[in-house]
Design a protein around this ligand. Structure first.
Ligand code: MF3
Ligand code: CO
Length: 280
């Protein structure tokens, strides 16, 4: 059902299908994190993700995305963004090297319902400042997740992400040109979920909404530049970047992180937040 402001309200059964899509996303994150090593190409990782989709009978949210609106259709099932690349890196012949900071963004469709999520990891050992960047970005994602509650506002999430990143003295760059989004029978739907904003503002958070929250943070500039391939967004100053994303919903019992292997239980409990999955 399409509710106010064009926001799609999902039934419990539709959310259960989104959870299945989210589990495929989590499985791909795990598989690619484990497989990434010096000498492996980003195309090798994309092929592993295709294998998981085939095994699970799922489709890609990304492959062919953008066709028909003047962009080159997206040619892969993953976005793999290395070092100063922030998001939308196209997998290819690039060979991963020790110390690379890699983000994998992936979306899956099960029976027409989407899940979307991103993780950042290192190839071998990361420089301490890069590991910290990724941790700060991940923490800001969970701060945003933790700010979502029924009757609250989208701005509560945005403000929490922003405050979390700004709580550190490093002057991280928080991208504002790109946002999280509603998600459901399409990958990108209203409402936008910005990574900065004011608590108490924006659309109300209601049962049946599903939201992709996705902070993108750099060690320097908050500006991205689109490279010649027309997709890859890199930091304008060459500083390294991290990107973390989950698809979530809010039930009367609490939060359900559809793209986490455990539905978010361990992270939510550790933060004193209510874990509220729907029963099968
Ligand atoms: N998953 C990205 C997002 O989080 C979008 C991927 S762009 C695509 O919104 F072209 F690869 F699909
Ligand atoms: Co997304």
């Amino acid at each position: 059902m399409i509710g106010r402001r064009g926001i799609e309200i999902k039934t419990p059964d539709q959310l259960r299908l989104m959870r299945r899509a989210g589990q495929v996303v989590a499985e791909v994150h795990r598989a690619l994190t484990d497989a990434a090593a010096p000498g492996v190409t980003t195309r090798d990782l994309d092929e592993l993700a295709r294998d998981v989709l085939a095994r699970r009978g799922a489709q890609s949210s990304f492959l062919g995305y953008g066709a028909g609106w003047g962009y080159p259709p997206y040619p892969a099932v993953t976005c793999i963004s290395v070092n100063e690349e922030i998001v939308h890196g196209i997998p290819g012949g690039r060979v991963l090297a020790h110390g690379d900071l890699v983000s994998v963004d992936f979306g899956a469709i099960v029976d027409g319902w989407h899940g979307d999520g991103a993780v950042t990891f290192g190839v071998g050992d990361l420089a301490a400042a890069d590991a910290r960047l990724s941790e700060v970005t991940r923490e800001s994602l969970w701060a945003g997740i933790g700010a979502a509650r029924l009757g609250g506002r989208i701005g509560d999430i945005s403000a929490a992400v922003e405050a979390s990143v700004r709580a550190h003295p490093e002057n991280y760059g928080l991208l504002r040109e790109y946002s999280g989004h509603g998600i459901g029978s399409a990958m990108h739907q209203p409402p936008d979920v910005p990574n900065e904003g004011r608590a108490g503002k924006g659309p109300r958070i209601v049962e049946g909404m599903a939201l992709a929250i996705e902070p993108m943070v750099t060690r320097g500039s908050s500006e991205g530049v689109v490279l010649d391939d027309e997709w890859t967004v890199a930091s304008s100053d060459g500083s390294r970047a991290a990107h973390w994303e989950h698809t979530i919903t809010v039930t009367p019992k609490g939060l359900w992180v559809l793209t986490a292997l455990d539905g978010g239980e361990s992270e939510l409990v550790a933060r004193g937040l209510p874990f509220g999955p729907l029963a099968d």
